[in-house]
Each structure stands twice: as C-alpha cells, then as structure tokens.
Ligand binder design. Structure first.
Ligand code: NCD
Ligand code: ZN
Length: 361
C-alpha cells in the first residue's frame, strides 16, 4: 500500500455524536482519524429531554461522550471533545460566562427555530439574543451559525441560506463587528462570499457539498441518504465552492467540518425521513477526492491544503495544537469496499469501492 500523504492531528470542526445508542456506533469512526472534534449541541439529554442548552448539561454530555470513548476505544485512548453550548431565547448570561470561564465549552451554536434536526429550541428572532451576542463579543466566544431561515411556505427552500446571509447574518455582522462568526456548512456562493469578504468570519464545509449537487438526491429515484440540511444545492453553487476552496484555505477562511449526522436508516427511509449524511467512516477519503478534483495529482499541494484546512479554526477557538492528542493519519492507496451499513446506520458511499483509505498509524 503506497502512502499518498500524511496528516498531523486533523480536527473535525462540525460533528454530531448523539446522546443515545447511536453514540457507540458512530464515535469510534471520528475518534479513529481525528485528534479532536467540535461536538454539536443538538443532542437530547435522555434524562431531561433537554438539548445541550446550559453549562451543566454540557458537562454531563462531555462525561457521557468520554465514557463511550473509553468503552469503545479503550480507557487510555486520547481524543478531545471540543464542546459547544446551544443558544436559545432563554440563554442565561451568568451561566454562559461561568461555563466559558471554566472551560466547559469553547463556542456557542445558533440554530434558527425549526431550520434543521434538533432545532426546536432554536431562536425565533435574532434580536432576542442581542444581549448574549454582546457578551460573547466581549469575551471572544465564537458564534457558530446554522445559516438558514426558519421554514416558511412562501420561501424557496433552495434560497433559505442566501436569504439568511442577506438578512439575519448581515444584521449580526453590522451590529457586532468584533464577534467571531463561523458560518457552518457553507453550501452557497452567498455564504462563502460573505465569509471571504468580512473580517472575523470563517466557514466550515462538508465533503458532500463539495462532491455533489442536488441532482444526487433524485438520481435514479429518491435517495434519502443524500438528504441533509442545508440541502445539496444547484450545480453553480457547487462549482463556486470548489473553484474557491483553495483560495479560501490560503486565506485561512474555510475549515474542515464534516457535519457527519448519523440517523438510523429506518428513520431516514420513512415518510418524513430525517436529514443528515453519516460521513465519519469515509470523511478524509471524501475530502481527499474533492481536493484532488480541484488540485489535480499534486499530492504535496493537497497535503499542505488539507492540513491547513484541518487546523484553521484553532486560533479562533483559542486552542493550542500542542495540547491536542497525537494522531498521525496516513492516506494510502488501497482499494476497499465501504460497508453497506454500520449497525443500522448507512454511511456515505455505502457499498462503493474506494481507492484511498485513511489509516491511523
Ligand atoms: C444535522 C443532524 O442530523 O443533527 N442534520 C443535517 O442534515 N446536517 C443537523 C444540522 O447540522 O443541520
Ligand atoms: Zn450539523
């Protein structure tokens, strides 16, 4: 097996690990190839039914994740969970300040109400949380944003992100120019342009929004495994994202964030099926494919770009690379077939043969 390139401590800046029986199925896939992951807070505490909306719940969720890590990877396996707090209309300022000071979380996530899976506790009107944004701006806490409007029958769902960028996001930028903003999973020209043109703004991008456009949802019949939010977009957006991928990385603006979002396949293949692509088992392989599509066969250049892509948000979050667990990941030339499922969860590229494999050595 020939080595294509090696990555030092890659980090996934957007991961869903859940808080139920799915966690032990999905967590090892992230822990195997990443040094750390940014954990999204739209997970439901099984005892209280609450999302990760206060610092006590953040601490409890992290403890749960650490216990599943020990159970699945062994008690001495090192892996870092970078926690975030779920922003709601009721976020308590004192709790925000003390939780951040105590290092319980490193960022705050904003979901517009109803915009995606687990956003029922999201914010109904951005002005309601202006006082929270003010404090975050003062303390330097990054705001992670799901950049879509709450659903409405009058709005074209394919325009949900661009409308959000031109309304809510622009309002936040105008009123809080020092606030650090990470626009999560950019899928459109408008959101990537916003990130490139503004200061104190960064983005993450998923492998599926680079590799596919919305045709993939309908190819040969309805494909629930390609249904995620934000939706895969039109070809021109996919092209813009790819054309600007390298530039955005060179400018330190765009980071690796898989948005791996596992749902049991039975919950995706039913009426009103869930949104989310489970990409963790093939994440680095998929990104490599996207980089190769854009940069050709220059593996030295791809290595530099992917390495930078995986570390861009470290200074934004105030994390030192040296403090993260060691993880050397090799991408090797090796043919393998992606399993059709992992205990009832269908991964991206299920059943397909890939020519590259990411190995932890
Ligand atoms: C995510 C999930 O399932 O938690 N789904 C998705 O399609 N990406 C939520 C999200 O990040 O929007
Ligand atoms: Zn997500």
């Amino acid at each position: 097996m020939g080595q294509i390139l090696e990555l030092d401590k890659p980090i996934d800046w957007h991961t869903h690990l859940r808080w139920d029986e799915r966690t032990k199925i999905v967590l090892p896939h992230s822990a195997r190839v990443f040094s750390a992951v940014e954990v999204m807070p739209n997970a439901k505490d099984p005892d209280t039914g609450k999302m990760v909306v206060d610092s006590k719940t953040v601490a409890k969720y992290k403890k749960y994740l650490q216990s599943v890590l020990a159970e699945t990877m062994g008690s001495d396996y090192e892996f870092e969970f970078i926690m975030s707090l779920y922003l709601t209309d009721k976020t308590d300022i004192q709790d925000l300040k003390s939780g951040y000071r105590d290092g319980l979380f490193k960022a705050v996530k904003m979901y517009p109400l109803g915009a995606t899976t687990g956003s029922d506790a999201g914010i109904s009107e951005v002005k309601n949380v202006a006082h929270v944004l003010e404090v975050m701006s003062e303390l330097g806490i990054p705001l992670l944003i799901h950049p879509e409007m709450s659903p409405s029958k009058e709005m074209n769902i394919l325009e949900s992100e661009s409308i959000f960028v031109n309304s809510t996001l622009s309002w936040i930028r105008k009123n809080f120019s020092n606030l650090k903003i990470v626009v999560e999973h950019v899928t459109t020209k408008e959101s990537l342009k916003f990130v490139l043109e503004n200061s104190n703004t960064w983005g993450t991008i998923t492998p599926q929004h680079l590799l596919f456009n919305h045709n993939a949802i309908f190819e040969g019949g309805l494909q629930p495994d390609m249904y995620c939010l934000p939706l895969l977009k039109q070809i021109e957006h996919q092209k813009y994202l790819n054309d600007n991928l390298f530039k955005a990385i060179v400018l330190d603006k765009l980071a690796l964030g898989t948005d791996t979002a596992p749902h049991m396949s039975k919950d995706k293949y039913k009426p009103c099926g869930c949104a989310g692509v489970f990409s963790a088992p093939v994440a680095l392989e998929a990104y490599y494919q996207a980089f190769k599509n854009n940069l050709g066969n220059d593996n030295e250049l791809i290595k530099v770009a992917m390495q930078r892509f995986a570390h861009i948000l470290l200074p934004v979050y105030g994390i030192n690379l040296e403090d993260l667990p060691k993880r050397d990941i090799s991408l090797l030339k090796s043919s393998w077939q992606v399993p059709k499922e992992y205990e009832g969860i269908t991964p991206m590229f299920a059943g397909q043969t890939l020519e590259v494999k990411a190995l932890n050595e």
